[in-house]
Design a protein around this ligand. Structure first.
Ligand SMILES: [Fe+2]
Ligand SMILES: [Fe+2]
Length: 197
């Protein structure tokens, strides 16, 4: 994937967030920009040999998770008769953007490809992404309750302990992020589309 294409994808990710009026919020924008503007995030693959495993794959996968999860949020709110039982779209948006961020420490470019690092073996991205988000959010004075809800959704992203999540989804927001992650991996992955970026 060329740098121009990555710039377009990063722009789409920003627009996917600001396209939801309730998400136009200064601190949310500031937090998400830390991910979107990070050059390591833009070039990293989402895996080695699994899904979105090409340079820029992490950015593409994150965009898909944001799109799926925010649209699922909207559909769920409509199905639940708008606002009676609100779903917190700030929690969903932040968890979707940050859920795999620590993959930038899990893979490194070597020779003609990407390989797993020690960080990937010892810490892994699920815990690493939750830790990164909570440190950053605390520095930005994000309310503790919101931090906890987002951290839970990040930790529960893989849905099951045997799939690498230390906890299973315990909120609707966490379920949405997990299902959106599954959708991106199983529907949008390039082996189904038969195209490569
Ligand atoms: Fe993940
Ligand atoms: Fe993911």
């Amino acid at each position: 994937m060329r740098e121009e294409d990555r710039i377009i994808l990063a722009d789409k990710l920003r627009k996917a967030l600001t396209g939801f009026p309730s998400l136009r919020d200064e601190y949310l924008e500031r937090l998400c920009s830390r991910v979107i503007d990070d050059s390591r995030f833009r070039i990293c693959p989402a895996s080695v040999g699994k899904h979105h495993s090409w340079p820029g794959g992490l950015l593409k996968h994150t965009l898909e998770v944001v799109q799926f999860s925010l649209n699922m949020c909207k559909a769920s709110c409509e199905a639940l008769d708008a606002g009676k039982i609100p779903i917190d779209d700030h929690v969903v948006a932040l968890a979707a953007v940050f859920h795999d961020y620590a993959k930038i420490y899990c893979y490194e470019e070597r020779g003609n490809g990407w390989v797993k690092t020690d960080y990937s073996n010892k810490i892994q991205h699920v815990y690493g992404s939750a830790e990164f988000f909570s440190n950053l959010a605390r520095d930005c004075q994000v309310p503790q309750g919101l931090i906890g809800d987002v951290v839970h959704a990040i930790l529960a992203q893989h849905g099951r302990n045997e799939w690498g999540s230390p906890v299973t989804p315990y909120s609707r927001e966490a379920w949405i992020v997990h299902l959106a992650d599954m959708a991106s991996v199983n529907i949008c992955e390039e082996r189904y589309l038969r195209i490569r970026g």
